[in-house]
Design a protein around this ligand. Sequence first.
Ligand code: IVH
Length: 678
Amino acid sequence: MPDAAAPPELAREAELLRVQLHHHNICYYVEDNPRISDAEYDSLLRRLQDIENRHPDLRTADSPTQRVGATPLAAFAPVRHAVPMLSLDNAFGAEELRDFDRRVRERLGLDTSPDYVCEPKFDGLAVSLRYQDGVFVRGATRGDGETGEDISANLRTLASIPLRLAGAAVPPVLEVRGEVYMPLRGFAELNARAEKSGEKTFVNPRNAAAGSLRQLDSRITATRPLRFCAYGLGQVEGREEPDTQAEMLARLRTWGFPVSPLLTVAATLDEVIAYFERLGALRAGLDYAIDGAVIKVNCLDFQRQLGFVARAPRAMIACKFPAEEATTTLLDVEFQVGRTGVLTPVARLRPVFVGGVTVANATLHNADEIARLDARIGDTLVVRRAGDVIPQVVRVVGELRPPQARAIVFPDACPVCQSPLERTPGEAAVRCTGGLVCRAQRRESIRHFASRGALDIEGLGDKIIEQLVDRDLVTTVADLYRLERAQLAGLDRMAEKSADNLLAAIARSRETTLPRFLFALGIREVGQATARALARHFGTLDALAAADVEQLLQVRDVGPVVAEHVAGFFANADNRAVVAALRAAGVDWPEQPVEVSALPLAGQTWVLTGTLEHLPRDQARERLEALGATVAGSVSARTHTVVAGAKAGSKLERARALGVRVLDEAEFMALLQYNTGN
Ligand code: IVH
């Protein structure tokens, strides 16, 4: 039972403990200079908890005991950012930094470079922390930049986020922007624990940080080793802003926010470039992931004058490091059979952490690539990974070849169906000739048919496809439409509910468009763009199927190779039977307009660039094409309009230079609405 009224000396002690704990947090997280041991810190915290438990009236909202909430949330509430959270343009290497500096100087009318603040680009998640009268009141994710999610309860659990601000001149309303990240050591420990208890591990520290912040139960977040580092401001009211970015960061530090110790002010572009190179050298030794440097014009007045392009400030740039490389051992090579029968040698590697993930496989592409690399099993390889790209094998470290290294032998028959292999002269690829006899090709063709750009059958995942093929329930894609509930319910990992959902998704996929259908057929060399071009040109499937090579060559962007593949596909009786079976199963699409000259955007060439927030790029393209426009990949004087989404870069600049009309996303959406009524 808590006692009634707290004696004044206990109230004083509680306040003293809060001040001490706050001070030690700053020593630890901001100054990187702990003055007491973790055990001493814990004992102060326990003493405070004890007092507050006995006298709940002494508990304050900003008490360090209040970091962990007890009740999980049902959902995160949306938070509209008073000042939008923008993104950064990217540069790669010194040359592009020079371009950035030139643009900045030109716009500001300066002969010499302004001062730049240089800091690491943390590979974590941007958050916005709101303080009222120095007390933490809310924390939110970036979301789409305009609206994020209220993750206050989770952010409170980070000891590096001050709950109450210290120091002088704290603005009455203050929003601090920065990055939440997971230090590498904490990440490794978290994954080791997860592995031990049979839970899912995280691919990289960034995903682990994101997953931790998205917990509805803040008690889980509290167990995750997350850190915060401040780099900027959002809304500020009631106090003058400083003159420079560097001063702003210095103030943030005095108020109790960790800022990067690797921060510096550069007076020349050469200093900026030297910083970028130095940071690259430091990177491997840091206990957190960074993926480049962020360079910001120091003077805040200049920042305001420079303004924004699309959604990025012109005064800042993220200069990314080149793809990361690591060395590992080639343990074995397996041959995977793709949709069109191509055999791809896949390197099985000793797992190695590179570019933020653990890599255990890499493609070796084909026999020519293996020959070029001169790779043997047992060799030490240099592998590279950039962003989300598939890991590449860069080269073999010849000096480290062990005497027992074995040559990589290409199989002489398909490793899946034992059909003979063929190599078309002049092509690097080796193919299985099994066609639909080959289970691998069947699996892959179904996977492709169900993929998002094709008929988009949700719930038809790899594990299900594998079973459908292995049990001979599905031979061609047309068999999907004959599947019955009982057959699906008999598969592993398939509950009745999911069987129903899958059947519903398959049924829905009957209604499609001609370009999607053509793409779904998996005709060699026919990607989404070619499928669209074919559909537009011929208007109907029958007209396309009847076209000869000559007629196919009339289609924009269709060359002799594609024309041969398309004509060859429809000349094949098995393929025609599959198409007929799909049509008979009810797969259908609206008539495609061929006569485009009457459409509102007929004759216009449009270019889409940057990220559109409300409409995926392929849908934007479909909508434009439906209005008669041609959508091109590059900007020229003939371009009618450029649609610039977030992070638009060189294409937008080129459009501006050429005086081509530029629409932002909102204007583009309005135009679509005007022309189509939706
Ligand atoms: S300044 C206008 N500084 O990079 C945006 N961002 O690509 C101002 N980031 O969403 C951001 N380290 O999550 C800034 N030192 C740093 C950063 C940084 C990482 C992230 C941030 C932002 C993204 C933009």
